[in-house]
Design a protein around this ligand. Structure first.
Ligand SMILES: NC(=O)c1ccc[n+]([C@@H]2O[C@H](COP(=O)([O-])OP(=O)(O)OC[C@H]3O[C@@H](n4cnc5c(N)ncnc54)[C@H](OP(=O)(O)O)[C@@H]3O)[C@@H](O)[C@H]2O)c1
Length: 281
């Protein structure tokens, strides 16, 4: 299968290239394909003629988006719409990645695909715009909402906590945000399974279960340093985050796709591999 991956230099983009070994992959980093450029997107689709386009590109700076809404909407809103039109033109399927932050966080239980988004930050609104443009397009498209991503490549919460722990505790981590931590390795494998099936539409794709950021940090440092709970108000970030953005998928398993494992198992594997990698560096 010929597959064009945008945002190929990011943490999901890198793991996708590993998960799709054996396919004809055309990875495009931001320098090679700017998804905000209509011309670049249509040219790439015409030149590569992929069977599938996976959009792993995003403007992911949640706080930075508050002061740079034009760029956030160009990359996260307009870009996916252009990719969907280009995909429709060349007859490619589009797999687009979105976020748990489209929810306002007020639901007391995990969000399903049936729940109504109510994005609260610029980043969240820009990602919701991208979802709608893809799902309203003529393309054969899937939108996958995922959350709290971490992987070996790139910056993420797990690596930040590990580095902070190495410098010594105590760490201060918010305890009033709950979500579903998800490994980019597992998400990439899930996408590989998805593109070999014929599913279409909106799916939540996360490692099973949920925890607070504070619980997540404690699972990462495993009692090596103290982790003190603080509130989101104390953390004082520029963009609001949902209090609860944990998700479950009602549609993924209905489509016959393999469920992802519990987040604790995925994290445990990541931590052993990360430690092994560090010893060999
Ligand atoms: N990270 C999370 O916790 C999280 C949570 C929920 C959903 N998601 C979604 O999951 C997807 C993958 O995220 P990730 O964590 O792998 O992100 P990432 O590591 O930040 O990778 C995103 C990639 O997109 C590239 N990019 C930025 N602007 C671009 C543009 N205009 N054209 C083409 N590429 C561009 C970035 O390049 P530069 O590095 O050069 O800027 C980066 O390589 C995104 O859709 C994201 O919104 C992420």
């Amino acid at each position: 299968m010929r597959i064009l991956i945008t945002g190929a230099g990011g943490q999901l983009g890198r793991d996708l290239q590993e998960a799709l070994t054996g396919e004809e992959i055309h990875p495009a980093t931001r320098a090679e394909l700017d998804v905000a450029s209509r011309t670049a997107v249509f040219n790439a689709a015409e030149q590569v003629r992929p069977a599938v386009i996976i959009n792993a590109a995003a403007f992911n700076d949640v706080d930075g988006a508050e002061t740079n809404p034009e760029l956030a909407f160009a990359v996260n809103g307009v870009g996916p719409g252009q990719l969907a039109r280009a995909a429709a033109r060349v007859g490619a399927r589009l797999v687009h990645i979105s976020t748990d932050y489209v929810f306002d966080g007020t639901k007391g239980t995990p969000y399903t695909e049936e729940d109504n988004p109510n994005p609260q930050s610029v980043y969240a609104r820009s990602k919701y715009e991208g979802e709608r443009r893809v799902l309203d397009s003529e393309a054969n498209a899937c939108v996958l909402r995922t959350s709290w991503l971490y992987g070996e490549h790139g910056r993420n919460f797990v690596k930040t906590i590990l580095q902070a722990a190495e410098r010594g505790g105590p760490l201060r981590v918010v305890s009033d945000q709950t979500g579903s931590p998800t490994s980019t390795h597992d998400l990439a494998d899930a996408i590989a399974a998805l593109i070999r099936a014929s599913a279409r539409g909106l799916f939540h794709v996360v490692n099973r279960g949920a925890c607070s950021r504070h619980e997540f940090a404690r699972a990462i440092v495993q009692d090596r340093v103290e982790v003190m709970p603080i509130s989101s108000a104390e953390a004082a970030r520029a963009a609001p985050r949902p209090a609860n953005s944990s998700m479950v998928s009602t549609r993924w398993e209905q489509a016959g796709l393999p469920p992802l494992r519990p987040w604790e198992e995925a994290l445990s594997d990541f931590l052993s591999q990360h430690a092994h990698q560090k010893r060999n560096d």
